[in-house]
Design a protein around this ligand. Sequence first.
Ligand code: NCD
Length: 298
Amino acid sequence: MKHIISIRDLDRPFIDDLINHANHIASQHFNANSLSDKILALLFFEPSTRTRMSFEAAMARLGGTSISVGSIEASSIAKGETLADTIRVVSGYADAIVLRHPKEGAARLASEFASVPVINAGDGAGQHPSQTLLDLYTIQQSLPLDGIDVGMIGDLRYGRTAHSLAYALSLYRCRIHVISPKGLELPSALIGELRDRGTEVIEHEFVEDIIRELDVLYVTRIQRERFPDSASYFDVSSSYKITTELLENVRSHLIVLHPLPRVDEIEPAVDALPYARYFDQSKNGVPVRMAMLQEVLK
Ligand code: NCD
């Protein structure tokens, strides 16, 4: 049984195969009935637009069915049921479970109680491996994955997409440039792990200092919902912004990515520049998740 909980569970051959598979799917090479006997359970206990809808769209494109429970309030968790019990029950209804949960470690715990594969669709400030797969997929559409310079800007402390992506980039010997407001740096344990793996991680105070040397700029939102209080959020909100001026004289092949949703960290005028790839990136969620579902449900 194949759970996908952390990007650390996946090795490079698996990821490369999955990207190839997603490329085939994107060029319309897939069997639209391949999952017609399968049911996917979506348990989303935090807000979601892209992740949830692209998993549903992926399942529908492959002829499968999705079932879901609306929210914590609408589920028996509101009556005091444990996650472990919910997962045991849902395992009896579906062939795989996609779980988004506010607590770090929730998906790992769920995998211990599930009798079907669990895909982590975000566990608090932990991991978001399916997002990383579509991030890598989007990068390889324009650039080789090996040895590139990737800037990661924003809330690298609480941003689970950043945690998963940084580790994945270490599989491809990329150089990682991190830029974040004070207090929102990439966790030091993760930086240590990346460096132990031989990955260069370079910290910068200002994006202006490095923007011209980047191949990819990965922008993230400040994860307001993870802050202990709103005062500490307002201390750092709007402290960085990607503007058209910032993107003057950058490498011609630079791509700007963002897992979305954005708040104010990329000004809308950037959307019209050739560097902006974040809407393509979100669209790529469908073929990548189709490939994941075929892998997990085969
Ligand atoms: C991200 C998430 O939920 O971690 N969104 C997504 O899945 N595309 C990023 C975010 O919420 O900032």
